[in-house]
Ligand binder design. Structure first.
Ligand SMILES: *[C@@H]1O[C@H](CO)[C@@H](O)[C@H](O)[C@H]1NC(C)=O
Ligand SMILES: *[C@@H]1O[C@H](CO)[C@@H](O)[C@H](O)[C@H]1NC(C)=O
Ligand SMILES: *[C@@H]1O[C@H](CO)[C@@H](O)[C@H](O)[C@H]1NC(C)=O
Ligand SMILES: *[C@@H]1O[C@H](CO)[C@@H](O)[C@H](O)[C@H]1NC(C)=O
Length: 284
């Protein structure tokens, strides 16, 4: 009986310490050192410092928590690495995120067009979106900043690729330089407005291939063309044009990747085989 009680207490302790460690939010005055992470509330994504491939350089990234291969979906300081394990990510009173290295040099910082938040916090959402918002305001329209506005090589469910005519800003995915350097490479995945709006892969200024045209219902030949697992949407109005998709079932992990050689791949995580299965692959 005593042994059982001991075990129960230990279990509860473990449960609560785990709970307190697995935070999804960074508030002013808090920081994440290399080795510490944020975990989204549902346990889908994790954010922290990592090194790509055999590289020793440190980057702040987001990867799937439940996927054993450590698949990175987003990188903050793509173009400016931290050379050792002294990096720290923090948020200031204006809601600006920054990564500092061991000599207090700012390696990367986010930006925001608004600074009207009462209490800005950064939160890793279960969609994989890392957002800066007012603590009490969960309306996505009011986010001060979000990683989904700055895609890297991975187009996740809920992201938008496209052009905002009001702000003039464009969201597109860009390949990594190589598997050990997440800096923007030469390939981009974007909405192109010349002729019939379409999703294209470009190498520099040249269209390499068309990933699908919008026929009013779905992207013909697109990565998501009539697939029962996804619902894709191509929105076009006077304010913006964008392409997005959502999964019908949140326990399905799927991503659309533009790899360093310009190949696009739609992959699905297979929990039984612990593998990313390629469902569509397009190259040139
Ligand atoms: C820290 O970052 C600053 C700014 O990017 C840079 O000038 C400096 O060399 C970096 N320090 C180290 C030790 O890497
Ligand atoms: C944010 O962007 C504005 C203009 O877009 C620029 O003037 C400002 O310096 C940027 N701030 C930071 C912290 O990068
Ligand atoms: C946020 O909401 C909590 C609880 O509703 C309240 O106590 C707190 O004052 C609010 N904070 C701000 C900055 O509005
Ligand atoms: C979602 O997918 C999981 C895993 O494949 C499955 O167990 C579950 O029943 C699905 N849920 C719905 C609502 O389809």
């Amino acid at each position: 009986m005593e042994a059982f009680l001991m075990e129960l207490v230990l279990c509860l302790l473990l449960f609560f310490t785990r709970r307190t460690w697995a935070i999804d939010t960074l508030t002013q005055g808090q920081s994440i050192k290399d080795g510490e992470t944020l975990v989204s509330a549902g346990g889908s994504f994790e954010l922290g410092f990592f090194s790509p491939g055999n590289s020793k350089s440190r980057y702040v990234g987001i990867w799937y928590k439940k996927v054993s291969t450590g698949t990175v979906v987003w990188v903050a300081n793509r173009e400016n690495l931290v050379s050792d394990a002294s990096g720290v990510l923090s948020i200031n009173e204006k809601g600006i995120l920054s990564i500092m290295n061991g000599t207090k040099g700012i390696v990367w910082s986010s930006n925001t067009s608004r600074n009207s938040a009462e209490e800005p916090i950064a939160q890793l959402l279960d969609s994989g979106n890392f957002v800066v918002k007012d603590r009490n305001d969960s309306d996505s329209e009011n986010f001060l900043w979000q990683s989904f506005d700055h895609p890297c090589d991975t187009f996740l469910p809920g992201m938008k690729i496209g052009i905002n005519f009001v702000t003039g800003s464009e969201r597109h995915a860009s390949s990594w330089k190589n598997t050990e350097d997440p800096a923007p490479g030469i390939y981009t995945y974007r909405v192109d407005l010349q002729g019939y709006p379409q999703v294209v892969v470009k190498k520099g200024a040249d269209i390499l291939f068309r990933a699908g045209s919008w026929n009013g219902l779905y992207l013909t030949d697109g990565p998501l063309a009539v697939n029962p697992l996804f619902s894709s949407e191509f929105v076009m109005n006077e304010n913006e044009v964008y392409y997005t998709y959502n999964v019908q079932n949140n326990s399905i992990y799927t991503r659309f990747l533009l790899n360093p050689s310009g190949l696009t791949q739609r992959t699905l995580w297979n929990e039984r085989t612990n593998n990313w299965e390629i469902s569509i692959s397009q190259g040139y």
